[in-house]
Write a protein that binds this ligand. Structure first.
Ligand code: 13P
Ligand code: SF4
Length: 309
C-alpha cells in the first residue's frame, strides 16, 4: 500500500491497524515525549532519551519502531543490532546533532589527546564513535562526575555543557552547538510566565540558555519533568518542547501545568504521523543501518553511559 492511501483511514482505524501489525510482527513502539499526542497514544513505552534507550536495549521484540528523531533510532540500533529498527520518517533529524561532525571531533582529539570527550546522545552515530562516553540530559552530571579531574570536551550542546559545568565544577570546554527549540527561550519569557502564574514553580530543560536555567526552580530531562508533575500538586510552568506539556495535560487534566512558551516546537519531532507509523510498520520502512565498525565504537560510548545510570 502507498503512504498516501493511509489518509483514508480514521484515527480509530489507524490505531486498530497499528495494534494488529504490532502483534503480527512482534514489534515494540518507542515514543519520545515530544511526539504529537495522537502518536504518544500508540506507545508501548513513552519517555526521554535515556529511558527509551534502556527499553531498546532490553526488548525481546523483533522490530523496534521508533517515533522520535534519527539519533534516537540510531541509538536503539546501536544497542540492539540484531533487531530491525524503523524510523517512520527518515528525514526526522535533530538540529542540535548537526552541529558536530566526526571529522571535527577527530581533529579536536588530535590537537588535545589529553581530553575526555563527552558526547550528548543528540549526535550522529559517527560522532558517538569518536567519543569516550555519551550522556543524556538525565545523567550528564553523573557521567561528568565519573571522569574525576579529567579535562573534558562536552559536545554538541553548549547550554547543557554549561549547566553540567556549573553543577560539577569540572574543567569543561564547550562546543558551539545548541537546540534551536530551547536556545530561543528567553528570560523575558520567564518574566512573562511568572507574572501570569505567580506562585507556580518553574522547571526547565538544561538545553535552555544559562539565564533561563538560573531563573528556574528545577532543571531536568523530559522524564524528570513528567515525574515532577505526576508526583506534585503545585502549579507548574514547564520550559521545554510543547509535546511534553501536552502529555502532562492529557494524563493529568486536573493539574495546572503551563508552557513557559507556546513557541517551543521541534519541527522534526512532528514529522511522525499515525499514517506514516502504520505504513512504516506494514512496509518495514525506514530501516536504520549502521556500519559494524561505527556501531561497535559508538556502542562502547553508550554502554559506558548506561553502566553509570
Ligand atoms: P530528553 O532526553 O530530556 O527527553 O531530551 C531529548 C531532547 O531531544 C531534548 O531536546
Ligand atoms: Fe533536537 Fe532540539 Fe528537537 Fe530535541 S528539541 S530533537 S535537541 S532539535
Amino acid at each position: 500500500m502507498e503512504l498516501n492511501e493511509y489518509s483514508k483511514f480514521t484515527e480509530e482505524e489507524l490505531y486498530k491497524h497499528i495494534g494488529r501489525l504490532k502483534e503480527e510482527k512482534n514489534a515494540v513502539i518507542l515514543v519520545h515525549n515530544y511526539q504529537m499526542l495522537e502518536v504518544q497514544k500508540i506507545a508501548d513505552h513513552l519517555g526521554d532519551s535515556l529511558g527509551l534507550s534502556r527499553k531498546a536495549a532490553e526488548t525481546d521484540a523483533s522490530i523496534i519502531l521508533f517515533c522520535g528523531v534519527k539519533f534516537m533510532a540510531e541509538t536503539a540500533k546501536i544497542l540492539s543490532p540484531s533487531k530491525t529498527v524503523l524510523l517512520p520518517d527518515p528525514t526526522a533529524g535533530c538540529g542540535l546533532a548537526n552541529f558536530a561532525t566526526a571529522d571535527e571531533v577527530r581533529s579536536f582529539r588530535k590537537k588535545h589527546p589529553d581530553y575526555k570527550i563527552v558526547t550528548y546522545v543528540n549526535s550522529s552515530a559517527e560522532v558517538k564513535a569518536e567519543s569516550d562516553i555519551c550522556c543524556t540530559s538525565s545523567n550528564a552530571v553523573e557521567v561528568v562526575k565519573s571522569l574525576g579531574n579529567a579535562k573534558i570536551l562536552f559536545l554538541p550542546d553548549k547550554n547543557l555543557g554549561h549547566y553540567v559545568r556549573k553543577v560539577t565544577g569540572a574543567d569543561i570546554t564547550l562546543w558551539e552547538g545548541y537546540c534551536y527549540v530551547h536556545n530561543f527561550i528567553t528570560i523575558d519569557d520567564v518574566k512573562k510566565a511568572r507574572e501570569m502564574y505567580p506562585g507556580a514553580k518553574l522547571i526547565v530543560h538544561p538545553e535552555c540558555p544559562p539565564p533561563v536555567v538560573d531563573a528556574a526552580d528545577e532543571v531536568g530531562s523530559t522524564s524528570f519533568m513528567y515525574r515532577y508533575a505526576r508526583d506534585h500538586e503545585e502549579e507548574l510552568i514547564i520550559g521545554t518542547e510543547i509535546g511534553l506539556i501536552e502529555r502532562i495535560n492529557y494524563e493529568f487534566p486536573n493539574k495546572k501545568v503551563y508552557p513557559l512558551t507556546q513557541q517551543a516546537i521541534c519541527r522534526t519531532m512532528k514529522y511522525t504521523t499515525l499514517e506514516k507509523t502504520a505504513w512504516a510498520l506494514e512496509e518495514e520502512k525506514w530501516k536504520v543501518e549502521i556500519s559494524p565498525d561505527i556501531r561497535e565504537r559508538a556502542y562502547n560510548s553508550i554502554k559506558k553511559m548506561i553502566e553509570i545510570g
